[in-house]
Design a protein. Structure first.
Length: 263
């Protein structure tokens, strides 16, 4: 049953995710009940094949759910028209088809597309939001560079700036730290934490960086055994939700340090 929470940006009600093969549904995970509020940073974690990307695509309307409901800004996702959805959700996917011949400024400006007229004219307000987004992720010095000149870490910050410029209540990112070294993994996730607090936006991301997520996130979604466990890191640790996340004992969760260690 959906109940109204004024801070709720994204909520699911008994959601089942998967894919349809001909007329048959293949369920990856079911009974998913999560709620992401304004200003929260939430990570989706789980082993490969657990359904992290499928969950994000379902929550953002790319993939149809098998059962249950998704609510965005208290609206049923299925009732939001496709051209209106980009005013609710900013999406940063791992392998997005983006021309790297664009400058940083041009790419960030694409975030304003849902609001521009048919010829794409930018208003003073659009330009203000674009520059504010660029400053928020500290990329002013590279704003005129072409995207193909950037490092992976710099390019990820540009994608985050574009999502900010889109000015939605929800930002969803699929593995934003892929291809980054340890420092830049920590930098990007710390940046997301900072932005969630400063902007009040709800930020949800899938990640393999479980130790970092435990330190930085307000809540976690753990996908395992065809189910989703949801809660604060402290509650999930107390409930032993992380103890058997991996299939073998090579890597085990250490409650004393709240981190995974090689056995």
């Amino acid at each position: 049953m959906h109940t109204n929470n004024s801070n709720s940006v994204l909520k699911t009600d008994n959601l089942s995710i998967g894919y349809r093969k001909k007329s048959k549904a293949q369920i990856i995970a079911s009974g998913i009940n999560i709620e992401v509020n304004a200003g929260e940073l939430v990570a989706v974690i789980g082993v490969n094949g657990a359904g992290k990307s499928t969950l994000l695509k379902t929550l953002s309307g790319i993939t149809q759910s098998i059962d249950g409901q998704v609510f965005i800004d208290s609206n049923k996702l299925e009732k939001i028209e496709a051209d209106k959805l980009s005013k609710h959700i900013s999406l940063v996917l791992t392998e997005q088809m983006i021309s790297k011949n664009l400058s940083v400024l041009e790419l960030v400006a694409l975030g304003r597309q849902p609001y521009t007229n048919w010829i794409g004219s930018l208003t003073k307000n659009d330009l203000k939001k674009i520059m504010h987004s660029i400053r928020s992720v500290n990329i002013e010095e590279i704003k005129n560079k072409k995207c193909h000149e950037l490092s992976d870490g710099q390019f990820q910050k540009v994608l985050i700036a574009r999502a900010l410029a889109q000015d939605t209540s929800m930002i969803i990112l699929d593995e934003p730290t892929t291809h980054l070294d340890l420092y830049h993994k920590a930098y990007v996730l710390k940046l997301l934490q900072k932005l969630s607090k400063e902007t009040g936006k709800a930020i949800l991301f899938a990640s393999h960086e479980i130790n970092l997520a435990l330190q930085l996130c307000d809540k976690l979604v753990i996908l395992k055994d065809d189910k989703a466990l949801f809660g604060t890191p402290a509650d999930l640790i107390n409930d032993n939700a992380l103890d058997d996340l991996f299939p073998e004992n090579l890597i085990q969760f250490d409650k004393k340090t709240s981190s995974f260690k090689i056995k």
